[in-house]
Design a protein. Structure first.
Length: 70
């Protein structure tokens, strides 16, 4: 099993929403929460919300744009 991107971003890539547009060779992913902080573990008592969208090259499995990041 392969994970993408091959060189993950420093803040992590944990997409919870995904849509694929084959005709335009695009993937759109969204991150809305940091999953680690939802666990019953040290640091799991706070919720860190995110608001990130990422546009991917579908065939290349690489991020080409991050129009919203946070």
């Amino acid at each position: 099993m392969q994970a993408w991107p091959l060189n993950p971003l420093n803040d992590g890539v944990d997409p919870h929403g995904l849509t694929i547009d084959d005709a335009h060779n695009l993937i759109l992913t969204s991150d809305f929460i940091c999953p680690f902080h939802t666990l019953n573990a040290a640091g799991g008592d706070e919720v860190i919300l995110r608001a990130s969208l990422r546009v991917w090259d579908f065939n290349g499995r690489s991020i080409v744009s991050t129009p919203i990041e946070g």
